[in-house]
Design a protein around this ligand. Structure first.
Ligand code: WAQ
Ligand code: MG
Length: 261
């Protein structure tokens, strides 16, 4: 059995009562690390750079192993840009390369940039027009029930590429699940944590990070998933929210000489 652990935290009351979204997290873990996972999430909600949560919802739900699908981890590339304008221009080009119509890429970037506050989930948008497709309003669609299959192997794989922060760790897992979903062409994301300016475009071919997609100090972030025409939206949303998925990193090079590994 695995356990889906989900946390969402707000300040000024529950999300549904107008509270400001502070933090959220999703894990799919074994019984051995369940209690530690819950504790870490609670601590994170109580001491977040977006503010201290006064409402935290923690859900723990058993998931039978046979319900879990596996999917490959996206390869990661980093692009250094000098500022937000340059970052958004290259992110736009990356979206277009993935099959998002040029006008839709512009509309999508503007939708994220124009948010008055962070949603706690993602927006779905038409990859031809950029028009919003989901009816979840200010909540957004929350992708859930995903994790890395082998955390130690994942951390080694990330470290070997110079990546170590928790934002990257979590975002690659989320994006890998989203890219395995039926009908998704690409994702655009930047963080809602005021000190974190990097963001990414994910496509089924890979995860491309840009060092600046959001101005330093802004606490408005978000995610937008661009969706192909004729996609069954109910099926897509059900997959994103409910399908348990574990992400597999590429097998490590076998080391002939254990001492030099
Ligand atoms: N499902 C859907 N949307 C989500 C989820 C989720 N599970 N979690 C967060 N979001 C949305 C929500 O609108 C947040 O406001 C927004 O995304 C940003 O969330 O390579 O830190 O957790 O250096 O602040 C990306 C770059 C970091 C990482 C992303 O997102 C890198 C990040 P945050
Ligand atoms: Mg955040």
């Amino acid at each position: 059995m695995l356990y889906s652990v989900r946390m969402r935290a707000a300040q000024g009351g529950a999300h549904a009562k107008g509270g400001k979204h502070i933090s959220g997290a999703e894990r799919l873990v074994s019984r051995e690390v369940l209690t530690a996972t819950v504790t870490t999430m609670l601590e994170r909600a109580l001491s977040h750079s977006r503010g201290a949560a006064d409402f935290t919802n923690l859900t723990v739900e058993a998931v039978p192993v046979k319900a879990v699908q596996e999917t490959a981890c996206l390869p990661v590339t980093s692009v250094d840009v000098t500022d937000v304008t340059a970052g958004r221009a290259v992110a736009q080009a990356e979206l277009i390369k993935a099959g998002v119509a040029p006008g839709a890429a512009v509309v999508g970037i503007e939708a994220l940039a124009g948010l008055a506050g962070s949603l706690r989930g993602a927006m779905l948008a038409d990859a031809r027009t950029g028009a919003r497709l989901d009816a979840s309003g200010e909540r957004g669609i929350r992708v859930s029930r995903m994790d890395i299959a082998d955390e130690q192997a994942y951390l080694r794989w990330l470290n070997s590429q110079g990546y170590s922060n928790i934002h990257i760790q979590e975002a690659i897992v989320l994006a890998s699940k989203v890219m395995s979903a039926p009908g998704v062409v690409a994702e655009l994301c930047w963080s809602d944590d005021p000190e974190y300016t990097a963001g990414y475009v994910a496509t089924p071919a890979g995860y491309t990070r840009f060092t600046h997609l959001k101005p330093y100090g802004s606490d408005i972030g978000g995610r937008i998933f661009f969706v192909k025409e004729n996609t069954d939206l109910d099926q897509l949303v059900a997959y994103l929210k409910y399908q348990p998925v574990l992400i597999k990193v590429p097998a490590e090079e076998v080391c002939a000489d254990a001492i030099s590994c």
